[in-house]
Design a protein around this ligand. Sequence first.
Ligand SMILES: [Zn+2]
Length: 588
Amino acid sequence: MPLPDDFLQEVKMRNDITDIASSYITLKRTGRNMVGLCPFHGEKTPSFNIYSETNSYYCFGCGAGGDVVNFVMRIENLDYIEAVRYLAQRAGMRMPEDNYDDSLSKLRKRIYEANREAARFFYKTLYSPVGASGLRYFYSRGLTDKTIKHFGLGFAPDSHFELSNYLKNKGFNDDELVLANLVYKNKSGRGTNDRFYNRVMFPIIDVRGNVIAFGGRIMTDQKPKYLNTSDTPVFNKSSNLFSLNNAKKTADRTLILCEGYMDVIAINQAGFQNAVATLGTALTNEQAVLMKRFADDVIICYDADEAGQKATQRAISILRNSGLNIRVLIVPDGKDPDEFIRKNGDNGAAAFYNLINGSANDIEYKINKIKKKYDLSSSEQRVRFLNEVAGILAGIDNRIEQDVYASTLSQELDVSKEVVMQSVLQLGRKKQRNTRKKQFSKLASDLTGRDDKINPQHREELRATHAEETLLSFLVNYVDSYTEISSKISAESFVTDFNKNLFTYFSQKITEGYSPLNTISNDFTQDEVNKIFSIANICRNINPTNEAIEEYVRVLNEEKNKMKTEEIASASDETLSDYIMQLKANRE
Ligand SMILES: [Zn+2]
């Protein structure tokens, strides 16, 4: 049984999406809507719209759209029932007694519990005789007992069954533990093996305090050094960060982005709570967007080796696209931050603080890096240096910032500032042309339905799809238009299957007296929900006059009855002449 529609309607009515969204992002009013930077993709200019009339949102940048339940699902990483429960509680409402399907939400709860128990087990083991080697390892890296406790670090014993036996005694079954990725089915298929053994363990905790995954580090030189939980119903490695639960508490909206768990922990122990790390993968857009929720400034603090510097360049472009201010901290003598702090002993914290203060911003960092490649005493190399740097400056979309760097460079290299700016602007125009080309091809692909994965018939049935989507958009924005539309067409009039199903679904909701978009977050996938909201957007501000409805119905009928080329080739004369008569009639 799904949740009762009237209950959902009330939950949504009592939770204004503008209120909820503004606790995550800054919104500005434009006309009847609110706009802001999208919390679901990285952007510097706002394309995220909130429509209070329909209590929904849509992003023109990434195509994310949905209602208030869907917004909470995405931003808080909740499933449907959890999101409804969250909103009901927020509005002081009580969830209906069981008769709805909350199996996914129950399963997720079990996984959280299993992870928490596993973390307790690893921690206890670390301080038992079995964990001695692990504890020695942490001490050798300079960690105190207080730090170990704060991060809940632990040890997975050198056994394939100890964790699963422990958790089974606590009432968890094989299926739950496999889904949590704490164990895996062994080859014989008869039993399970622990995923982590003979490793020191780092629990990964989300911003709400749930243990969502683990990283395990082997203490020898064996590869791979780290083993992480694979994605599970509660964990996605590309959209979480290690220690964000600690870092989000810092007041100055600055995060230190490190390469590894040990760096984060060492930096924390030195007194900086705001360090985070990715979870065994390179930085993703989702992680940058997540950082943006808690910070305006990010200090990149990767290893000084070549791999670390490559990762830095990559991180700079991802973070910049998310509108974050960036600084790059370079640890001297090719050390990683953890080593650096330890090596400075009691002075470690202060020395690291000085590094933070002395860190260059991303543009300075890039210019310094390029500078190292050239011998600036040679005029020929100076020209090449300038050309390369002009490319960097052309990528900045702030004229004042460009101007400042151009001034510095002109003084340093003893060339006129105008010359520097000229080549910056020239390259800038080229970049702009490329961006425009890209926007154009995106627009073309939208218009031709070439990349429509949700409605694959779109590309073959352009005209029909457009008419269908317009009519559906009328329906969801102006429920009153249902009477007029349904008097002229039925689901059978639709050409593409996805839109046909949508029409059936909306019709049913409307005849039952509900808002057609009320339950889509539960009944459709996230990608489908995005698509539905992009359809809804087509006619958000266009009134469905009877003439407009008639026109789209006519187009749809025409497309429905149009004969395929191959059919025309094999049709009898009689069929053909009927067909032509019908086309004529449609035109009139
Ligand atoms: Zn977006």
